[in-house]
Design a protein around this ligand. Structure first.
Ligand code: SF4
Ligand code: SF4
Ligand code: SF4
Length: 312
């Protein structure tokens, strides 16, 4: 896969079909890869493709508006591309999309916990990773340590592309909101208590916001001084306010890629909030985000004969 992606992007640079590309490179830590934007084919020397590429690369598209961009897109990245096209943050004609049939990404936080020692090297084979430390090594099957979103991913194959690599992958066929249905059975006090406990560890680093392709406002409400929506610091009410408002900004706009949760240094389950809203949107509007660029997003449309009084 890695060789094929390099070959294709190299050709695209030669043919001047693209003048930049969004790729993954090895990160500074052995258990993380890092997205990067390259502007010539020499940059491809550092390209890597393996099961640590969980970041949603569509995140970088709004910053490259007007450029001819090559992008490597898993199923979830491709759905974010569709959303960004709908919201006019990227033009289809400016993109060359190398779609990847995705077999899922590995949860390195879980692996690190299991390994129990500092990881000094990771070596990927086709469907496993060998993790090495100073005094020990262990091999893990990727399928046994998939990230939460990947375990229930309905669209692992790209929904939009110029060409696609890898064999078609079957999406998850069960109920991907089973956990939310269970959670909904709790009383409102129990749910509130859960979130207070879960979010009390949040340090408001905003890595969740920064890694989300749907969060592209030039000035986020958390950084605004006029009006000032919330204070700095660790007040739990401010933390709550940030998460609730961010989740509401995601209504009908979240592709459930899990990038926000994977980026969290405090291992906080923030997908619970966005997944609940995704489920509501699916049930109320029969709408799933990022499947068809010609569709109008759920909250950008209305019916003149809506039963709500305010619409008349
Ligand atoms: S959410 Fe789906 S497409 Fe995205 S990385 Fe996981 S399995 Fe792949
Ligand atoms: S990434 Fe985690 S710690 Fe940082 S703001 Fe988001 S939830 Fe809080
Ligand atoms: S809110 Fe999280 S899961 Fe949803 S699109 Fe953004 S990064 Fe992906």
């Amino acid at each position: 896969m890695e060789v094929k992606i390099k070959e294709r992007l190299s050709q695209l640079f030669d043919e001047q079909k693209i003048n930049c590309a969004i790729i993954f490179e090895k990160g500074t830590m052995p258990d993380k890869n890092a997205p990067n934007i390259i502007y010539n084919k020499e940059g491809l020397n550092n390209l890597v493709w393996n099961s640590m590429n969980w970041n949603n690369l569509a995140n970088y598209l709004p910053k490259l508006l007007g450029k001819k961009i090559g992008i490597v897109a898993k199923g979830c990245d491709s759905r974010s591309i569709v959303l960004l096209m709908q919201e006019e943050k990227v033009k289809r004609e400016d993109l060359y999309i190398i779609g990847i049939n995705c077999t899922g990404m590995i949860d390195m936080k879980k692996i690190a916990k299991d390994f129990g020692a500092e990881i000094s090297e990771t070596i990927f084979e086709k469907d496993s990773v060998k993790v090495k430390g100073k005094a020990s090594e262990k091999e893990y099957k990727v399928k046994d340590f998939l990230l939460e979103s990947c375990q229930v991913c309905k669209y692992p194959s790209p929904v939009i592309y110029d060409e696609v690599l890898g064999e078609q992958v079957k999406g998850f066929e069960g109920d991907n909101y089973q956990d939310i249905t269970e959670f909904e059975k709790l009383s409102s006090e129990e749910r509130r208590e859960y979130f207070y406990k879960e979010l009390s560890g949040c340090i408001r680093c905003y890595a969740c916001r920064n890694s989300c392709p749907s969060c592209y406002c030039q000035e986020c409400f958390v950084d605004s001084n006029q009006p000032k929506w919330l204070e700095k610091g660790q007040n739990i009410d401010d933390i709550f306010f940030y998460h609730i408002v961010r989740a509401y900004h995601m209504v009908g706009r979240c592709v459930d890629c899990g990038s926000c949760q994977n980026a969290c240094p405090m291992d906080i389950n923030i997908l619970k909030l966005t997944k609940k809203l995704n489920k509501d949107v699916r049930e109320l509007y029969k709408y799933e985000c990022g499947l068809d660029p010609k569709n109008t997003p759920a909250l950008s449309t209305f019916e003149p004969d809506d039963y709500n009084e305010f619409i008349k």
